[in-house]
Write a protein that binds this ligand. Structure first.
Ligand code: SF4
Ligand code: SF4
Length: 374
């Protein structure tokens, strides 16, 4: 029995959409055959994986999904999550998930009231997505969402959050557009600078309280609100707890879910899937199983990357007064934007060096005061 019990499993690179921000790009539209996936399940079983989160591409596009769900059921593995664009969710699918004993959370991406169809390059995508939220709610399935934040939808965040709340979504993560895959190639969407992203978040935060939003909202790592339980927090400030010891790994291992990429390579987290250079260093599970893949130099090196090592490799971070709070930021964001693992995370740099801790707190106070006035 290994020490992780959940894996994100990419069962196809195919999709019914061609979104302008898709991290996968158009070159990875391939689908492993069913025998490869059935052998993945054997590796899961041998290692002690008990839960999978299905992802793609669009995981619901597979014609043999029923066969896969049965095989997972037979292996006593639950489908705890499905990451989807929502268009292919049907009552039959939900019934099948229930029949196989799954209490699945659907993570349905939503890119803004005014912009969803533009981002998805499909007229009517918004309608389908919102209908999917409604159907899941009606059939008793939990839903969550992810939003890619860019210049087009930045001014519409308040309304989009209200829309998701109305459609029963329980949690939303808003992340800035990263220039990978189709976003990098097509350049159809314009990204915001880190300052613009953080300013837009600070502008929105008071409305989270004024609108009495119950849904959990993560504005990247800079604000977390849980209106249901009256809690708010600044996740980026939590990282401090990991760095009392500079020999400790920078990434929060406890929160990481390994990602089985479409070609059978095991990646340390979903973010690596969009980062070709790192991805291709990882090992396939067919080459000795899950444990061997985790012990491979690339995987273990990524997971074990320490603050000390980062400081040695990046002179700016070494000299930086925020190093022990910031930890150089997210390796994926630094890698994709700087094209190297030892780069700086420009968002964290902006946050720490421009007083955003105070700005986020002030935005929360303003929101609470306005909410108290009714
Ligand atoms: S972003 Fe998701 S829905 Fe859009 S093309 Fe890529 S895999 Fe499909
Ligand atoms: S704030 Fe910037 S320079 Fe300082 S440690 Fe973080 S990423 Fe490095």
């Amino acid at each position: 029995m290994g020490n992780v019990d959940v894996v994100q499993w990419m069962i196809t690179g195919n999709c019914n959409y061609h979104c302008s921000h898709c991290y996968l790009g158009e070159d990875n539209r391939i689908e492993p055959d069913i025998s490869r996936l059935l052998s993945d399940i054997e590796y899961f079983k041998n290692y002690g994986i008990k839960k999978v989160i299905l992802t793609g591409g669009e995981p619901l596009i597979r014609k043999d999904l029923g066969q896969l769900l049965r095989a997972l059921f037979d292996a006593d593995i639950k489908v705890t999550g499905i990451i989807t664009n929502g268009a292919l969710i049907t009552k039959e699918l939900l019934g099948m998930l229930k029949d196989f004993g799954n209490d699945t959370t659907f993570s349905i991406s939503y890119d803004g009231d005014e912009t969803h169809d533009v981002v998805r390059c499909f007229k009517g995508a918004k309608e389908k997505t919102l209908a999917a939220f409604d159907l899941c709610r009606k059939e008793g399935f939990n839903t969550a969402s992810d939003m890619t934040f860019y210049r087009g939808n930045a001014g519409n965040l308040r309304e989009s959050i209200k829309t998701l709340e109305e459609h029963g979504c329980s949690s939303l993560k808003v992340s800035p557009l990263l220039m990978a895959g189709n976003a990098q190639k097509g350049k159809l969407l314009e990204s915001l600078t880190p300052t613009e992203v953080l300013d837009a978040f600070c502008e929105y935060i008071p409305f989270y309280f004024v609108d009495k939003i119950k849904m959990k909202v993560f504005l990247s790592a800079y604000f977390y609100g849980d209106g249901q339980n009256g809690i708010w927090d600044i996740p980026v400030e939590r990282f401090k707890m990991y760095v009392d010891d500079c020999d400790k790994a920078m990434c929060a291992k406890e929160e990481k879910v390994p990602f089985l990429y479409i070609d059978g390579r095991l990646l340390p987290c979903a973010g690596v899937a969009g980062y070709k250079e790192q991805r291709e260093k990882m090992r396939k599970i067919s080459d000795g199983g899950i444990e061997a893949a985790m012990k491979s130099p690339a995987y273990a090196g990524f997971m074990g990357y320490t603050l000390k090592e980062h400081a040695r490799s990046n002179p700016d971070c070494k000299e930086c007064e925020y190093l022990k709070t910031c930890m150089g930021g997210c390796r994926i964001i630094a890698g994709i934007e700087d094209f190297e693992l030892h780069g700086k995370d420009r968002y964290f740099c902006t946050y720490f060096k421009n007083g955003y801790l105070g700005k986020v707190k002030a935005a929360v106070q303003l929101g609470k005061s306005l909410a108290a006035l009714g």
